[in-house]
Design a protein around this ligand. Structure first.
Ligand code: URA
Length: 248
């Protein structure tokens, strides 16, 4: 492995931005082969040098992938001053470097991928890669029967945002609510709720059931997580490559 700047090497494994890492280094919290180093430009070889931050070994290997069945009381963030985050389901010693792949609203349940792999996260979230996300929802009252056509036809939201074509399937009615399935090919803020609002409905309950061909493992209770299998990770990575509209 080639030598690289200490701040760049640490930023690449999620110790923060280059600037944030620089602050950590200048504060004397980073050691290279047992010696405190305060110069962010110091050159290191990650595969050979032993680096520690606050006395703890830096873990270079990127590649932890989990699916969480997100419960409605956790926010999709790494840090939040008011609420518990989705990382709180992990033991504290395992949280470093992990982050959720995209966001689900606080009251949305279901499939949330959590990883330490920034490139993987970017590929799953990039609209260019067309990784579809499927949601099931309960909507108050009856749905407009023309809603599926409107969803398929570049729906315009209340604020003027135009959506990519999406699929809406009306699954049935239960206790005064309509059950629907929505497939999105992009990820705008509150998108399902805003699209349903744009056709006159109100989402009462929302759950994500799949991301690309990865389906929520229904054996996971709310708040439980499991590691993705190697096959599942490979499948998602292949999908992001196969769908890349900018590839040569
Ligand atoms: N759309 C929403 O409205 N909320 C989510 O959490 C995800 C998609």
């Amino acid at each position: 492995m080639a030598k690289e700047r200490l701040d760049k090497a640490l930023a690449s494994v999620q110790y923060g931005s280059r600037k944030e890492v620089g602050v950590i280094i200048k504060a004397g919290r980073v050691a290279v082969n047992g010696q405190i180093v305060r110069d962010p430009a110091q050159r290191v070889t990650p595969s050979e040098d032993k680096l520690t931050v606050d006395g703890k070994d830096v873990r270079w290997r990127i590649g932890r992938y989990y699916m969480l069945n997100k419960p409605p009381d956790l926010v999709s963030a790494c840090i939040d001053n008011l609420h518990k985050t989705v990382l709180s389901v992990f033991p504290e010693c395992e949280r470093r470097g992990l982050f959720p792949v995209g966001r689900l609203d606080k009251n949305t349940e279901g499939l949330l991928i959590i990883t330490d792999d920034g490139a993987f996260c970017h590929a799953i979230m990039s609209p260019r890669r067309h990784v579809s996300k499927v949601y099931e929802a309960f909507v108050e009252g009856r749905m407009d029967l023309n809603a599926p056509t409107k969803f398929a036809d570049r729906l315009t939201l209340a604020d003027g945002t135009v959506c990519r074509p999406a699929e809406l399937v009306i699954l049935g009615e239960e206790n005064g609510l309509t059950k629907i399935r929505v497939t999105l090919h992009e990820g705008k803020h509150h998108q399902v709720k805003r699209m349903v609002a744009a056709v006159g409905g109100h989402v009462k309950y929302l759950k994500r059931v799949s991301v690309g061909s990865l389906k929520l493992d229904e054996s996971l209770e709310l708040g439980q997580y499991r590691e993705l299998t190697d096959d599942e990770v490979a499948m998602l990575k292949n999908e992001t490559k196969a769908n890349d509209t900018n590839k040569k």
